[in-house]
Design a protein around this ligand. Sequence first.
Ligand code: PEP
Ligand code: MG
Length: 421
Amino acid sequence: MANLSRDSVGAVVVEVGTKTSHTAIMARALELPAVVGVDKLLNELGAGDRIIVDGYRGQVMIHPTEQKVRNALARSQGLRSRALALADERTLPAVTTDGYSLTLSANIELADDVDTALKYGAEGIGLFRTEFLFMGRRVPSEGFQRKCYQRVLKAMSPRPATIRTMDLGADKNSQLFPLGKEPNPAMGLRSIRLSLKYRNVFLGQLRALLRASVSGSLHLLFPMISCQKELREALAALEEAKEQLRAKGQAFSQEIKVGIMIEVPSAAVLAREFAREVDFFSIGTNDLIQYLLAADRQNERVAYLYNPLHVSVLRLLQQVVSSAHDEGIPVNMCGEMAGNPEYIHILLGLGLDEVSMNPLALPYVRHIVRNTNRAEAIELTNRLMLMSDSESIGKEVRTWMASLFPDFFTLDGPSDILGGL
Ligand code: PEP
Ligand code: MG
């Protein structure tokens, strides 16, 4: 997906995966219609066959009639023009009717995506997934990396850009590290564990980030921290990279903020302790939910268990946000939960400071925030927190959102216009 050219591909259909697998995340970043997890599709199709890919509904229609094609094109144009009308509001602040301001940022996968983020009105980059720079045959040079990071920092300046150190492994497999076949890659040698093992590559990335930091406001983010020792080692590597630059007389900003992803349950439970060590948190719900519920985010067969509104997820999120705020640091959410307009009242109610999402979702989330009374969102959230059954929580949220935003939500969930987010 990372290497597809958006000019020559109309849509993508994949037999495996779910909405939070990186294939789907990347397709959204490329603004490509996509449907994932279509089991055995290739048994039905051959080269040259015509299909309709409806990314809004998550449907694929094979061998459609001319009439069906015409209907699909009209539907696609209608939905697109509604999206464009909302995008016109992109310069308006995301402030609720009672004055609460939520920072709306964008997730990007490649440096050039920063233009899309700005086009849809991002107030910052909440997550730059740098691992896609490491998908080639060679480790990207420090100079090349610095240029990529600088491109993002400069384009956003003076707004912040949160750049995450490489989060490789699991479904973001790279040929650069001899990982072999791991029995359980999502829990294997991945992410910060891999960076700490291949320390020279990590130091190179940190030096590139530090050198780029003079071009804007860098928020440096370490992924998948699971214990204090890992954080200490990551911070020690950062210090060492700074020392190496000082020795060479190379400049870097003194204003860099350092944060960690909260995406492993142990880190969420220890939020209070971690909040004393770093400048900010970013909650990665994609992984946090898969680990908390033991439901592989990539496996369509257990996708029914993967539930952001699970009681345990909501309670853990509440604990993370309140611990962070008690210790005086802000909390961002950059997992896909943040870009799902259905959940935005809960996130407002929980007190998130920033939400970061695929750029396409920004206009919808902005529109909802601007038409929300936060006091009511807090009431909803408090009510949900007293409930103990996840299904009832889901029902309550759907009923609530459908009553307030009937254009966007039905009692069965998001309406077509939001279906692809
Ligand atoms: C997450 O886990 O929620 C996250 C944002 O990171 P990624 O999807 O890259 O694992
Ligand atoms: Mg993650």
